[in-house]
Design a protein. Structure first.
Length: 51
């Protein structure tokens, strides 16, 4: 039984991490300007030099 409890605790931690990640992605989308076609992944530094 202790191994089942460990697995359950690990799964709950992972669920919390994923929920937090989804929440952050929702915030990023909410604050992204309409018509702004830049990717949210931070790769805009590459395209900034070509302007």
């Amino acid at each position: 039984m202790p191994s089942e409890e460990k697995a359950l605790a690990k799964a709950r931690r992972r669920i919390a991490e994923l929920e937090q990640k989804v929440g952050q992605q929702q915030l990023d989308l909410d604050f992204k300007k309409p018509g702004d076609n830049k990717p949210c992944s931070g790769s805009s530094a590459r395209s900034a030099g070509s302007r």
